[in-house]
Design a binder for this molecule. Structure first.
Ligand SMILES: [Zn+2]
Length: 574
């Protein structure tokens, strides 16, 4: 490709609207262009990268036994109402009406469509297992589209669905996909970390995410260097310390004038925060919920939402708290009625806590569960934090940030039961099909590759997903044979099947080198009167500082070897 003909311009200035590195570099390199919030066009260079990622993913899905098909973006809302997941996705789902006023949705995912289709096509255990996938556009109305391609509203996704007769079959399908995903990231030159994850609106049981470690990542990962425990903070657990406070003592009131927060109360009464009970108020699907947790811990809203099994969860406003008969600043689970109480299991690892008295300027000492108050639900709803103990080996937990580039779920049978996807076993008995689903967002993977590999000059593409392999760069062409040599080499390299971006512009060396670095093409080949004087060309890898003069003779064969070695190295590096 000749740069003089290439659609898309490089920018020297960092666009003001772009905060993350990948967003800045994709705009500056002329690879994407924004159409609306969270909606982007891919320009030719960006599209080439996306197509390469797509081809690696397709290859690994096929190798794992996947069958590719294609499902529509437009889906009837009724299908979603049958599984109840229209509520789970809520405002995240784009809905519309057709001319006959029938409600449709722009598919945020395709479990419903594929499960219904499988229910029509699978009868017997002999029809299973099945691995079916597509690479298709998805729509999600994100509340805060951000970071360029990281969080968007329209995106290309590979989604595979597994259908098995039992849990053991599901585990096999799950492990197959886990391996296929590891192969994909490895082939894209992208190291990832496998972490335990929450299943969110998709639903289901076991779930893992593949994370690219990056400072700009919007996910927090809690992990242990000793036993390799790693989980998304939404899901992560920690071993809660046991607070020994002796035998339960009688309840007693204590004056706490002007003390409203846990910090103030614990300072005033000279007790650690872990000896207090904190009250937090939420509204779950329109109803106020009283949450109790040990004073040294924080509430994890994802865990709370899962325990409550609710669609919408938010912090309660002051007016809602007062209306529920609670005295803010001294809220207490003791003596409360007519309101759902959810407690973190930390309240059972301690005794004689200080808690509110539901009376202004007053707290209670020696509050004990279940003697003094009841809870409708007791479960782990605490947010795991770095510095707390690992739930597996008790060492200190660490925290890092990552970008999710893949998510796999063991769904089980809840969708097949709702949509009637059954099979008949060898004894003639019907059973629901056991399902799993497995997704990769292609654009996000592309952006994550940039977040992971770049420098202050630009992108550093791993060779297998680079838009072109070689940046061919002639300099000072006037009055020399540089043009002629470069044109010949360009034709030769193209004939060899190498992907070459030919900088045929009459720009200065500075501008050409800056663009080569910004675009991140792995191998730069420079030809100038100086190199030709030595019958040589200069070769420089984007990822390295030093360049090398190599003989012009046999250069095409040499570059071909470099590229094929580079492709196979990335292929093998796990
Ligand atoms: Zn550990």
């Amino acid at each position: 490709m000749r740069i003089s003909k290439l659609f898309g311009k490089t920018l020297r200035e960092v666009p003001a609207e772009a905060e993350t590195i990948s967003h800045q570099l994709l705009l500056r390199a002329g690879m994407i262009s924004q159409v609306a919030a969270g909606v982007y066009s891919y320009l030719p260079l960006g599209w080439r990268v996306l197509r390469k990622i797509e081809s690696i993913i397709r290859d690994e899905m096929d190798k794992a036994g996947g069958q590719e098909l294609n499902m529509p973006v437009l889906q009837p809302l009724e299908l979603w109402q049958e599984t109840g997941r229209d509520q789970a996705f809520g405002k995240g789902m784009f809905t519309l009406s057709d001319r006959r006023d029938r409600k449709l949705v722009l598919g945020p995912t395709h479990e419903e469509v594929i499960t219904r289709m499988v229910s029509h096509n699978v009868q017997s255990y002999r029809d299973l297992p099945l691995l079916l996938y597509q690479i298709q556009t998805k729509f999600r109305d994100e509340p805060r589209p951000r970071a360029g391609l990281i969080r968007v509203r329209e995106f290309t996704m590979k989604d595979l669905y597994s259908f098995d007769t039992d849990e053991e079959g599901l585990s096999q399908s799950y492990n197959k996909m886990l391996q296929a995903y590891q192969n994909i990231y490895s082939r894209c030159g992208l190291p990832t970390l496998l972490v335990e994850a929450d299943s969110g609106a998709i639903g289901g049981k076991d779930s893992h995410e593949f994370m690219v470690i990056a400072k700009s990542g919007e996910d927090e990962i809690i992990h242990c260097d000793n036993c390799k425990y790693a989980a998304n903070v939404e899901k992560a657990q920690s071993a809660k310390s046991i607070i020994e406070n002796g035998k339960p003592l009688p309840l007693e009131e204590v004056d706490t004038p002007g003390m409203a927060t846990i910090e103030e109360v614990s300072y005033f009464l000279k007790i650690p925060q872990s000896h207090t009970l904190k009250a937090v108020f939420y509204v779950a699907d329109g109803r106020v919920v009283f949450v109790v947790i040990r004073g040294d811990l924080e509430v994890n809203e994802v865990k709370l939402r899962n325990i409550l099994n609710c669609f919408e969860l938010r912090m309660a406003g002051e007016a809602e708290v007062i209306e529920a008969g609670i005295v803010a600043g001294s809220a207490s689970p003791v003596g409360i009625s007519g309101i759902k109480v959810v407690a973190d299991d930390s309240i059972t690892s301690g005794a004689n806590f200080v808690a509110g008295a539901n009376k202004p300027a007053t707290h209670l000492r020696n509050v004990n569960y279940p003697r003094d108050f009841k809870a409708n639900l007791v479960a782990d709803i605490a947010r795991a934090q770095a510095g707390q103990s690992c739930p597996k080996c008790s060492r200190k937990l660490l925290s890092t940030r990552g970008i999710e580039v893949g998510h796999i779920f063991k769904l089980g049978t809840f969708l097949s039961e709702k949509l009637g996807a059954l099979f008949i076993d060898d004894k003639g008995m019907p059973h629901p099909i056991v399902m799993g689903c497995y997704g990769i967002g292609l654009g996000r993977l592309l952006a994550a590759a940039i977040e992971q590999k770049h420098d202050d000059k630009g992108i550093i593409w791993p060779l297998p997903i680079a838009p072109y392999h070689i940046y061919l760069c002639p300099l000072h062409r006037e009055g020399s044979n540089v043009t002629e040599v470069t044109e010949n080499l360009y034709a030769e390299l193209e004939a060899e099947g190498l992907e070459v971006l030919f900088d045929d512009r009459s720009e200065s060396p500075g501008i050409k080198f800056n663009d080569a670095d910004l675009l991140g093409i792995p191998i730069r080949v420079t030809i100038s009167p100086r190199t030709l004087k030595n019958n040589s060309v200069e070769i420089k890898w984007r990822s390295e500082k030093e360049s090398e003069l190599v003989p012009l003779e046999g250069i095409a064969a040499r570059l071909k070897k470099l590229v094929s070695e580079g492709l196979s190295t990335s292929f093998n590096s796990a």
